[in-house]
Design a protein around this ligand. Structure first.
Ligand code: ATP
Ligand code: MG
Length: 602
């Protein structure tokens, strides 16, 4: 491709809309343009990168014997009503765009395809002889994200590869899950990314085990906790650890003490000269179930620990049937305004005890009359502890379960693991923290969707059984931007050879020199003929500007037909290392071919 003929506009300044380096660089280098919130055009250079990433994904999927197909993006509401997800996805969470056709039928734009694929499986899979089966597609997904941001990282329209597998039993599902794990590692390695597979929360998708593939980058939205020995890594949303050891309480008898201005744990410890591990902290949450019911939640946890809201949310979803609901749509720490909606009297904030009375909740049709009381596991073994007194300015000390307070019946793990904690698998290993971008997520779904939608097969004994399912997603467009986030310098993007839009750029420093033009044209032709994807910068203009643009767009090898032509040579610069060397013109094609082969291994 000739740059003079390409739709190619670079920006000198950082665009105001971009916050992180990869977003700035993709805009500045003319890879993407914003059309609306979370909606981007993939310009010619970007589209080449996306096709390369897709092709790597496709090859690795095909290697696992998964079969490519293309499912509809327009999905009838009935499918989602059958699985029970329509209301949650269109109203409660509101992640799905929905629309009405001319015949007044409701449809959604696919944010994911469990419903469509399960319908196909239900129609077409009859017998165990057809199993296992794994189908995948590479397609644009639509999600009305609450906060679209960072360019392609969190778009409202983005490219995803999603795969869905069907099995007779769990063992077969686990086998395919392993194969997909390996395929994902291969994909990320081939794209030249540093990454870490981590244990993950399965969230609203449901099912048992799941794993995320995190591209390591400081701008990543996710926190990963891992151990040095490589045996443990998890998303902080999911991570477990051993909490720090308890310190012995300095209090031996129960009493109520005046503790002015101690609404934080830090101030309280200082005032009482005790350890945060001696304190039972009581945190108030407000949750709204998908039928509109508001329920107040009181979580009691050890003073040195924080509540993990993802774990808490999972526990609250389990309680949904008690409130005739399916899931929750909001979980917040109630502020003054929301307290007004349900509080019968002012709350002793900062001084709440585990036995805060239910009569703080005013009678109302849409508010549950009693608190959900949850004990984090860390508080069970506390003795002579400190906690609130339900009266502002006072705490109690020397308290014990079964004496002054009743331990809540619901005892679960809702604690956030953090750096410095000891690992469960080996207490000598200490958790460390890193940031990552979630590029992929693989799930063992089990029979959740097949049971809801009646997708069954007939086993060898002639019995009808629900299909076992797995699903596997990888964000093609997010991954491409993540590669930039991991690899750039002050001059621009540094693509790996495997996913660069072009492998080589030939730059003519001075287009009025016939000698330079002729040499460049010949090289351009020879390189392309040898199957090397080559750009030719044949634009008029200063050499400095062309070198800057070449660095900005990040093409792995730059060939310059400049001064050394006199000796029958050209300059070749490697973008990643900045190394420059002169090569005889007739050696260029074979040398570059050799370098590319070494980089992408074929
Ligand atoms: P996140 O937690 O980041 O919202 P998710 O859990 O919703 O991701 P999945 O539903 O598992 O993601 O989708 C599979 C993959 O699709 C993700 O791992 C990610 O790479 C990509 N992806 C998800 N949402 C977006 C988005 N809004 N923009 C770009 N890529 C996305
Ligand atoms: Mg999401």
């Amino acid at each position: 491709m000739r740059l003079s003929q390409m739709l190619f506009v670079t920006l000198r300044e950082d665009p105001a809309e971009a916050e992180i380096p990869s977003h700035k660089l993709l805009l500045r280098a003319g890879y993407i343009r914003r059309i609306g919130s979370g909606i981007y055009t993939y310009l010619p250079l970007m589209w080449r990168v996306l096709k390369k990433v897709s092709q790597i994904v496709r090859e690795e999927m095909d290697a696992t014997l998964a079969q490519e197909c293309l499912l509809p993006q327009l999905q009838p509401a009935e499918l989602w009503q059958e699985s029970g997800r329509w209301d949650t996805y269109t109203k409660a969470e509101g992640i799905m765009f929905s629309l009405i056709d001319r015949a007044e039928r409701q449809l959604g734009l696919g944010p994911t395809h469990e419903e469509v694929i399960t319908t196909i499986a239900k129609d077409m899979i009859r017998s165990y002889r057809q199993l296992p089966l794994n189908l995948y597609q590479i397609q644009t997904k639509f999600r009305d994200e609450i906060r679209p941001r960072f360019g392609l990282m969190r778009g409202r329209e983005f490219i995803m590869k999603d795969a869905y597998s069907f099995h007779t039993d769990e063992a077969s599902l686990k086998q395919t899950y392993q194969d997909m794990d390996r395929a994902y590692r291969n994909i990320l390695t081939r794209c030249g990314l540093a990454f870490r597979p981590v244990e993950a929360d399965s969230g609203a998708i449901g099912g048992s085990g799941s794993q995320e593939f995190m591209v390591l980058a400081d701008a990543g939205e996710d926190e990963i906790l891992y151990t040095e020995d490589g045996k443990y890594a998890a998303n902080v949303e999911k991570a477990d650890s051993l909490p720090a050891d308890l310190e012995t309480s300095p209090f031996t008898g129960y009493e109520k003490l005046e503790t002015p201005d101690t609404e934080t744990i830090e101030k309280l410890c200082k005032f009482l000269k005790c350890s945060p591990t001696n304190i039972v902290k009581n945190v108030l949450y407000e949750t709204v179930y998908d039928n509109g019911m508001t329920v107040l939640v009181l979580v009691s946890i050890r003073g040195d620990r924080d509540v993990n809201e993802v774990k808490l949310q999972n526990e609250l979803v389990k309680l949904a049937p008690q409130y005739n609901a399916q899931t929750i749509i909001a979980l917040t720490v109630p502020d003054a305004t929301s307290q007004q909606k349900w509080a019968a009297k002012p709350l002793p904030l900062g001084y709440i005890a585990p036995n805060l009375d239910d009569d703080y909740i005013a009678h109302s049709k849409n508010v549950a009359p009693k608190f959900i009381r949850i004990a984090d596991k860390t508080i069970v073994e506390l003795t002579n502890f400190v906690t609130g007194s339900n009266e502002s300015g006072y705490h109690v000390v020397g308290a014990n379960w079964d004496k002054e307070f009743i331990l809540p019946k619901l005892i679960v793990d809702v604690r956030t693991a953090q750096t410095g904690d000891r690992s469960l698998h080996d207490p000598k290993q200490i958790l460390q923290s890193a940031r990552g971008i979630e590029a992929g997520h693989i799930f063992q779904l089990g029979t959740k969707y097949s049971q809801a939608m009646g997708a069954t097969y007939t086993d060898e004994a002639g019995q009808e059984q629900p299909l076992w399912m797995g699903c596997y997603g990888i964000g093609v467009s997010r991954l491409a931007q993540a590669a930039v986030e991991q690899s750039y310098d002050k001059n621009g993007i540094i693509w790996s050879v495997a996913i660069a839009p072009y492998q080589v750029i030939v730059v003519i420093p001075n287009t009025s020199s016939q000698e330079q033009v002729t040499a460049a044209e010949k090289l351009y032709q020879d390189l392309n003929q040898a199957g090397i994807e080559t750009l030719l910068d044949d634009r008029d203009g200063r050499a400095g500007m062309k070198f800057k643009d070449a660095d900005l767009i990040g093409i792995p090898y730059r060939i310059v037909t400049g001064r050394s032509l006199a000796q029958g040579k050209v300059e070749v610069v490697t973008r990643a290392s900045g190394e420059s060397q002169e090569l005889p013109i007739d050696a260029v094609v074979s040398t570059v071919q050799q370098w590319i082969r070494e980089e992408i291994g074929n």
